[in-house]
Design a binder for this molecule. Structure first.
Ligand SMILES: CC(=O)[C@@H](O)[C@H](O)COP(=O)(O)O
Length: 261
């Protein structure tokens, strides 16, 4: 059996995931399209921005009418929160509304670049963990803060690949690799993926998974892109496990150049 076939599944705070792709619920033309993309992506976990998504009013379209919370792991997030208190309040509501204790924390700073405010993120992570939440945390690609977040008990470190919604791909592979090397919890690139090859690059670096929204939702054909992302993540993971050949300075012929007839 090959190494890839014996790959261990991704485990986050005791939840086992066979897919290493996590997708979002923003920017889709409809919940129906979102549900079809989710199916095509093979993802088992989906982020839900509580501020944006109607979870309770049955007179309006509800995400849960299209995506079954019994079949998928809903990951409530704190999209749109700019202070630690705001994020904590949002996730307390999530726990009350749906019983969710596995959550994604994001505390943003400037609306222009949507970089995480790391001091606030760390403070909010500590508050949430004290209250018994399992915290997957969106963060900058700073290895020092990533280490602190793991030390305070975050169950997954989620550095950005590039600004949210930019589709610029992995801008700082050196730092992402440093974070992977030092982490004993899963490292999941979150934000900035633009196309399938970006997801493969993240996985080839050794990330445990990739979270994306815009690349699928804003593709011309979101369902086809969701399928492309599924394969890209698998390809990147297998390539990482297989181990790339060393780069060489000069050509190295594929067939022997001696003993020719
Ligand atoms: C931190 C955050 O909000 C991201 O999870 C976002 O939802 C996905 O980013 P992209 O839209 O760039 O994939």
């Amino acid at each position: 059996m090959t190494q890839a076939m014996t790959d261990k599944p991704l485990v986050v705070a005791g939840r086992t995931l066979t897919s290493r792709l996590i997708i979002g619920t923003g920017k889709y033309a409809s919940y129906e399209q979102n549900a079809r993309a989710l199916e095509a992506s093979g993802a088992e976990m989906i982020t839900v921005a509580l501020r944006r998504v109607n979870l309770s009013d049955p007179s309006e379209p509800r995400l849960v009418d299209f995506i079954d919370p019994e079949k998928y792991i809903f990951l409530p997030n704190t999209a749109g929160c700019f202070t630690g208190e705001d994020a904590v309040r949002t996730l307390r509501l999530a726990r009350e509304a749906g019983g969710w204790s596995l959550v994604k924390l994001e505390v943003l700073s400037d609306p222009k670049h949507l970089y995480p405010d790391m001091a606030e993120t760390l403070r909010a992570a500590e508050m949430l963990i004290r209250e018994g939440f399992d915290v997957m945390v969106y963060c900058s690609d700073d290895p020092v803060y990533a280490r602190r977040l793991e030390e305070v008990g975050c169950c997954a470190i989620m550095p950005l690949g590039a600004p949210i919604g930019s589709g610029l791909g992995i801008q700082n592979p050196v730092n992402i690799r440093l974070i992977i090397e030092q982490s004993s919890v899963p490292v999941i690139v979150d934000a900035g993926v633009g196309t399938a090859s970006d997801a493969t690059v993240a996985m080839e670096l050794g990330c445990d998974g990739v979270l994306m929204n815009t690349a699928i939702a804003e593709a011309k054909d979101p369902i086809l892109m969701a399928s492309a992302m599924k394969h890209a993540v698998i390809a990147g993971r297998q390539s990482y496990l297989a181990g790339r050949m060393p780069k060489k300075r000069y050509a190295d012929a594929s067939s022997p150049l001696f003993g020719l007839i």
